[in-house]
Design a binder for this molecule. Structure first.
Ligand code: HH2
Length: 288
C-alpha cells in the first residue's frame, strides 16, 4: 500500500489523514451552490479553508448532482480560471480540479493545478483525459460512477455491490496506467451517492476497508450527502455536519487516506482525534 501521493513531482505523505476542501464554483451544487459565484468570494473561502487546516483545495465548476444541467467547457473554464490563477499565485497547497472534461483538465494543469478529480473514473474523458494527466504528471482521483448526472440514479443494480464497484474501479485504474499515469499518482474513491441508493452508500462506507485490496490510497466524499440526510432525518445539507463527522471518523478508522469535505475546521478535529486514538498522532498532541 502506497502511503504517499505523487503529484507533479512533489509527494504528499499519506501517513496521516488528509483533508480536501470543497469549493464549488457552481450556481446549483446541492450544499454550497451559488455561494461563491464571484471569484473574490471563492478566493476568500479558499483562504479560510487553508487557515482551518485544509491539505488540498478541490475546485469544481460542474455540478454532479443528479439531474444537474450540463456545463460547457467554456463556461467551466470561465468559472475556474480566475479563482485558480489567484490561488496558484498565493498558495502552495495542491489544487485539485473536479472535472470530467480533458480540455478543462489540460487548461487548468497548464495554469498550475496539481490534481484532476474525475468523478467519472475516466469514463467521460476516456484515454484523452488519462493522457492529459500523464503528460503533466498530475495526481488523479478515480471515482466510481455509472452513467452521468442525468442517468446515474437509474443505474443502481449491482449483482454484488462491493465486488462490482471494485471491478469497475479496476477498469479505470488499468485505463490510467495504460496511458502512462504513474501508479503513485492514483487515488481511488468508491463514489458515495453516485449511482448508489442511500442503502448502497451506507454499505460501501461500512465496508470501505475492502477497497484497500485495490492497492491504492483511498479518498471518500460523504460530506453532507443525501444518504446522511436520509439516515439522520436532516433535510438541510448544513444540518448534516454531525452525520458527516461520524462518516469521516468511521472511514478514517478504516484507513481511508483523503477526506473531501465542506466543513474543514470541524473535520480537522475529527481526523486528529481518530489519528491520535490510533496511537499515531503524537505529533499533534505535542502541538497543543
Ligand atoms: N462528490 C461530489 C463531487 N465530487 N469527488 C470525489 N472524488 N468524491 C466525491 O464523493 C464527490 C466528488 C458531490 O458533492 P458536491 O461537490 O458537494 O456537490 P455537487 O456535485 O452538487 O456540486
Amino acid at each position: 500500500m502506497m502511503n504517499r501521493w505523487k503529484i507533479r513531482g512533489r509527494e504528499l505523505a499519506l501517513d496521516h489523514p488528509r483533508l480536501m476542501a470543497i469549493l464549488n464554483l457552481t450556481p446549483d451544487s446541492f450544499s454550497d451552490g451559488g455561494r461563491w459565484l464571484r471569484p473574490e468570494d471563492a478566493i476568500q473561502a479558499a483562504r479560510r479553508f487553508v487557515a482551518e487546516g485544509a491539505d488540498i483545495l478541490d475546485l469544481g465548476a460542474e455540478s454532479t448532482r443528479p439531474g444537474a444541467p450540463a456545463v460547457t467547457e467554456t463556461e467551466e473554464l470561465q468559472r475556474l480560471l480566475p479563482v485558480l490563477e489567484t490561488l496558484r499565485s498565493e498558495c502552495t497547497l495542491p489544487i485539485s480540479i473536479d472535472t470530467t472534461k480533458p480540455g478543462v483538465a489540460q487548461r487548468c494543469l497548464e495554469a498550475g493545478a496539481d490534481i484532476i478529480n474525475d468523478v467519472s473514473g475516466l469514463q467521460t474523458g476516456g484515454d484523452e483525459m488519462a493522457r492529459v494527466v500523464a503528460h503533466y504528471g498530475a495526481g488523479l482521483v478515480l471515482m466510481h460512477r455509472r452513467g452521468d448526472a442525468a442517468t446515474m440514479q437509474s443505474l443502481t443494480q449491482y449483482s454484488d455491490l462491493v465486488a462490482d464497484v471494485k471491478k469497475e474501479l479496476k477498469i479505470s485504474i488499468e485505463q490510467a496506467l495504460a496511458a502512462g499515469v504513474e501508479p503513485a499518482a492514483i487515488v481511488v474513491d468508491p463514489g458515495l451517492g453516485f449511482a448508489k441508493t442511500a442503502e448502497q452508500s451506507l454499505e460501501l462506507l461500512r465496508r470501505v476497508e475492502e477497497f484497500r485490496a485495490l492497492g491504492y490510497p483511498m479518498l471518500v466524499g460523504p460530506s453532507r450527502k443525501s444518504f446522511i440526510g436520509k439516515i439522520t432525518g436532516r433535510e438541510a445539507p448544513e444540518a448534516r455536519v454531525w452525520g458527516t463527522a461520524a462518516a469521516v471518523a468511521w472511514a478514517a478508522f478504516h484507513h481511508a487516506a483523503v477526506f473531501r469535505v465542506h466543513d474543514v475546521a470541524a473535520m480537522r478535529d475529527v481526523l486528529i482525534m481518530i489519528h491520535s486514538l490510533q496511537g499515531e498522532g503524537k505529533e499533534h498532541v505535542r502541538a497543543f
